[in-house]
Design a protein around this ligand. Structure first.
Ligand code: CS2
Length: 502
């Protein structure tokens, strides 16, 4: 079987979409840090639409900050890869629509050649540096949002600015070089699931720059733009079976296709330092203020996703579609959105919340994605604050009960024991794993009690000012006692009957 390559595009089956523009004429307008599956199914797909419409300024240099695996898989393919959009047909049978994406022009591996990344940021044609580096990639304190100057990667980069290894260090040193070369201002655009992601990025970049040279920080603050955005598309990790299925359908081998659902949403603030592609051609919307969109998405989509992930992983429901097919979980998640999350959301013109909720449940039921609950469960310490705790704070401040929100948080705490209800152990994949598993062992691991719950709630990097909150601790204790003694299924039945609190 041939490898996917520009030379073989003409041989692909006619139903496979492919670049119709002249890839050799592409310029590089975007440098992307963290070229993982999500970005390849989201930003690159929207950019592809702008390229297809004839604006060839926006080819992408993709940067991996750690591993060479994406470069190794895609470089021999002329940086082409397939986006497989998957759902079910009217009979419930999985199906996929394939598109070969040509927007990525070249790939860099930062640890192999940090200077090449700095040069790309400083290049005259570059207008936008975008990021999907996950929550932990900002090296910030999740509870406060501030950059941690004592983070090992940040401390390293401050000491060795010629070879930065964090995204933040790379950006600041790259901007310094860009200024020295006299090229125009940049837009730095975060696409990670953080509230006010642009402001978090701006704060981290300026704090780092301040430590390097206060004049540089002032210049970045004055010239660069950091639009916030809300991004939404479910993109499960690609498996070997996916690689084989996509390659077979293409008739040539694609070593790293990406999968996604048909749903796509991106609300990005129209706040750019220089030009930008017309991403509306790919389904994006430019908005004045992304905050209400982010809040909606982080609380409704990611908040329920994390709840499903911890409950599902503990119960042994391995994928989101299998989990949401469990009637008590579905009932709980629907009620969680309707009764506890939606009342905390601001009105948005044109937003129909019941329809949004119903659509989200349908997205979770997509049988063609096989999105693993363990994948979503990773990095809980980085995800909980913006996904679950914002809603909880708003409700507690208004004197409202939180039994269903508390069940999600309790499920995360319970999950830290590292073994599911079928007795199968799993690793805790989290930057704070060592501290958190030790904390769990000494507290909840000895049995749920109010002291154990309060000790968990005192873990400041996650819970911040919620430490000592009595109504939350009481709700968590009920949920944890039930999870520990009766298990997930019976706990869901109990919460649906109102037995874990009003
Ligand atoms: C998920 C998200 O893995 C996770 O934590 O909740 O990646 C989710 O699939 C996307 O944000 C959906 O837009």
């Amino acid at each position: 079987m041939n490898r996917l390559h520009s030379q073989h595009l003409a041989t692909l089956p006619s139903e496979v979409a492919r670049p119709t523009y002249d890839r050799t004429a592409l310029k590089t307008g975007i440098v992307h840090l963290g070229i993982g599956a999500f970005m390849r199914a989201h930003l690159a797909a929207a950019t592809e639409a702008a390229l297809a419409a004839g604006d060839l300024r926006w080819g992408i240099v993709g940067v991996s900050l750690r591993q060479p695996d994406t470069r190794d898989a895609l470089e021999p393919q002329d940086c082409l890869y397939t986006l497989a959009i998957r759902d079910a047909d009217a009979q419930g049978q999985p199906r996929q629509r394939l598109q070969v994406i040509g927007a990525v022009r070249s790939l860099l591996v930062a640890p192999e050649n940090p200077q090449a990344v700095l040069d790309a940021i400083a290049a005259a044609d570059t207008r936008i540096v975008s990021l999907t580096v996950t929550e932990k990639g900002y090296c910030h304190d999740p509870a406060t949002g501030a950059l941690r100057l004592d983070h090992p990667d940040i401390a390293h980069d401050l000491a060795h600015p010629a070879a930065p290894r964090s995204a933040i260090g790379m950006l600041v040193v790259g901007l310094q070089l860009r200024h020295a070369r006299g090229h125009g201002p940049l837009t730095l655009m975060s696409l990670d699931n953080l509230p006010a992601n642009g402001r978090v990025l701006r704060g981290a970049v300026l704090r780092f720059a301040e430590a390097v040279d206060p004049a540089l920080a002032q210049r970045i603050a004055a010239e660069c733009r950091f639009p916030c955005s809300m991004v939404d598309r479910i993109v499960p990790r690609t498996t070997d079976a996916d690689r084989a299925a996509v390659s077979q359908a293409l008739g040539c081998e694609d070593r790293w296709p990406v999968l996604g659902e048909p749903f796509f949403d991106w609300a990005v603030e129209d706040h750019f330092a220089a030009d930008r592609p017309d991403w509306t051609l790919g389904g994006a919307r430019f908005v004045a203020d992304a905050e209400p969109f982010e809040r909606l998405k982080l609380r409704m989509v990611n908040g329920t996703h994390s709840s499903i992930a911890y409950l599902g992983a503990m119960a042994g429901w391995q994928t989101v579609d299998k989990a949401i097919a469990q009637a008590p979980l579905r009932e709980h998640i629907e009620a969680l959105m309707r009764d506890e999350i939606e009342p905390t959301l601001a009105e948005l013109p044109g937003l129909d919340l019941p329809a949004y909720r119903a659509n989200l449940l349908a997205r979770y039921a997509n049988p063609a994605l096989a999105h693993r609950t363990q994948q979503i469960a990773m990095d809980g310490s980085q995800k909980l604050p913006q996904r679950l705790l914002g809603t909880v704070r708003d409700r507690l401040a208004a004197g409202l009960p939180v039994p269903r929100m508390a069940l999600g948080i309790a499920a995360w705490m319970h999950y830290l024991r590292g073994v599911d209800e079928l007795g199968r152990p799993y690793p805790i994949d989290d930057p704070q794993a060592t501290e958190l598993t030790a904390l769990h062992q000494h507290t909840l691991g000895q049995g749920a009690s109010i002291d154990a719950v309060q000790a968990m709630l005192s873990y400041a990097p996650v819970f911040g000012d919620l430490a000592g909150n009595a109504p939350l601790a009481a709700a968590l204790l009920k949920a944890l006692q039930s999870l520990q003694t009766r298990g997930v299924q019976a706990t869901l039945v109990a919460v649906n009957r109102g037995e874990l609190g009003a």
